[in-house]
Ligand binder design. Structure first.
Ligand code: NAD
Length: 478
């Protein structure tokens, strides 16, 4: 298990001599002590990334060579998925199957973008016989990338793969709560011969190392996935330098269930949208359900009954369906939101308390009914296994409730009428709309937020353009 920082193609011995304890959320056991990167490590990482950028390593690389390296990274990720999956499950709490799936997904991302290295065509703009104008996609320079703890391996892949295509060199900070599995990337980069300095991995606490990385004058561009609160801090820190930022932030995603929906499908989607994936600790969690009273009884009866049957437990048990929350702090956060829901007058239909299994951070899948759309639990991201149910009478009201938060990440519509689904999708303010399922996804599909959920797009070809800047070159011929 490699616990050091990865700089300029090497894992280096700690200079700060400080470590971060990484704790298993299922039992509070120590998984490992990762080296904390501070001033010296940060300086070396920026130096390496700057040098790699100035040498134009990525920009001038033959696209076939870049593609080969990226495909090799994908294949190593698949090779290490069992080792990596076990490790990630220990430090993050998700099931081993989900964690191996993250490695597979990360591999798919590198494979997809490996196929794009020679497909970014630039534009020639028609301008008569006197001038010659063309537009090229160029990198920003040295980019800082900051990763959250819920999907650290796949988000790492998405950030790095897209930026390698554009030509930004990278300093990436994995989340302090589950950083160790990200070090497999360092090993892989060495094995596949990624040039030194192109990607550097620095570990540390957000408020210390993260902030220092953001403040560093060598940073040209910031890619951040995490909470809107930290995004806002980053914007304040970089305001004077006018650093471009790419933000994938939180959500309060709503599903609208019309009376003509397939209710069994809607129930299954709810369970996989809020309870099963990482115990609701997911940016696109189905944390709100807006349902027509005609089908509500059937939906609620089925949802409650199926939710009660969910198996809650540790990620290393293959039958587990709902895993622990990442930390005791997260348990406290979820408990406080649930208390506030009860105080606001919402009906606690199911759950609403911690579950004691050894020393694990378990919280029961929780359903609130009769929720006031202005209440805290309806407005704020809980980031746990808690969903809120709202009724609607007419379609306009459903849209109004769906759009009533400051977030705009994902959303869903359940109906057998395509025209109604289209009408709904066009009116919801969110970057992703799913129809008749939660999670219809793929690496070739762009996604990102509206409003407080961020800006910039990841995935597909849009993702590539989102991580670069265009330059116009205009020549007078006569
Ligand atoms: P967070 O904002 O607390 O932390 C994210 C990262 O930022 C971590 O690596 C952390 O160390 C770092 N950080 C914290 N403070 C910092 C600072 N002052 N300066 C620089 N870096 C700092 O978020 P989290 O708790 O890790 O993740 C949960 C959040 O991430 C939720 O809001 C969730 O919705 C969001 N998220 C969004 C997406 C998406 O694609 N939109 C995906 C996953 C998670």
């Amino acid at each position: 298990m490699e616990l050091r920082n990865f700089i300029n193609g090497q894992f280096i011995d700690s200079i700060s001599k400080k470590n971060i304890d990484v704790i298993n959320p299922a039992n509070q056991e120590l998984v490992g002590k990762i080296n904390q990167g501070l001033e010296d490590e940060i300086h070396l990482a920026y130096q390496a990334a700057r040098k790699a950028f100035q040498k134009r390593i990525l920009i001038d690389m033959d696209p076939k060579k870049k593609s080969k390296i990226m495909r090799a990274i994908a294949s190593k990720l698949r090779e290490y998925k069992h080792e990596g999956g076990k490790l990630l499950s220990k430090e993050n709490g998700k099931t081993i199957t989900q964690c191996e799936g993250e490695f597979n997904g990360a591999a798919d991302t590198f494979d997809y973008y490996a196929g794009m290295t020679d497909k970014i065509e630039n534009k020639l703009i028609p301008s008569g016989s006197d001038t010659f104008n063309y537009v090229v996609l160029e990198p920003f320079g040295v980019t800082l990338q900051i990763v959250p703890w819920n999907y650290p391996v796949s988000i790492f892949a998405s950030m790095v793969a897209q930026n390698l295509i554009v030509g930004n060199t990278i300093i990436i900070k994995p989340p302090e709560l589950c950083p160790i599995s990200s070090n497999l990337y360092g090993r892989i980069f060495q094995e596949v011969g990624l040039p030194d300095g192109v990607v550097n991995i620095i570990h540390g606490y957000g408020e210390i190392t993260g902030r220092k990385l953001v403040q560093n004058k060598e940073c040209d561009y910031i890619v951040f996935t995490g909470s809107p609160e930290v995004a806002s801090e980053i914007l304040k820190e970089t305001a004077d330098r006018i650093i471009p930022c790419h933000f994938e932030l939180g959500g309060k995603s709503a599903a609208i269930i019309y009376p003509d929906a397939d209710i069994d499908k809607a129930v299954d989607s709810t369970i996989k949208g809020i309870f099963k994936p990482n115990a609701g600790q997911i940016c696109v969690a189905m944390s709100r359900v807006i349902i027509h009273p005609k089908v509500k009884d059937e939906y609620m009866t089925k949802l409650v009954s199926k939710t009660k049957e969910l198996k809650i437990g540790a990620g290393d048990n293959s039958s587990t369906e709902v895993t622990p929350l990442i930390s005791k702090e997260q348990i406290k956060r979820v408990s406080n939101y649930v208390k506030s829901g009860v105080q606001s007058g919402a009906t606690l239909t199911l759950g609403g308390e911690e579950l004691e299994i050894g020393k694990g951070n378990y919280y029961l899948p929780t359903i609130f009914d009769n929720v006031d759309k202005e209440s805290t639990i309806a407005q704020e991201e809980i980031f746990g296994p808690v969903t809120s149910i709202f009724d609607f009478e007419d379609n306009e009201q459903a849209i109004e409730i769906a759009n009533s938060t400051n977030y705009g990440l994902a959303s869903g519509v359940f109906t057998s009428n395509d025209q109604k689904a289209k009408w709904t999708a066009e009116r919801i303010n969110a970057g992703i709309i799913w129809q008749n399922d939660w999670f219809v996804d793929g690496v070739n599909l762009p996604g990102g937020g509206y409003k407080r959920s961020g800006y910039g797009r990841d995935g597909g070809i849009d993702g590539i353009y989102s991580h670069g800047q265009t330059k116009r070159i205009s020549k007078r011929l006569k």
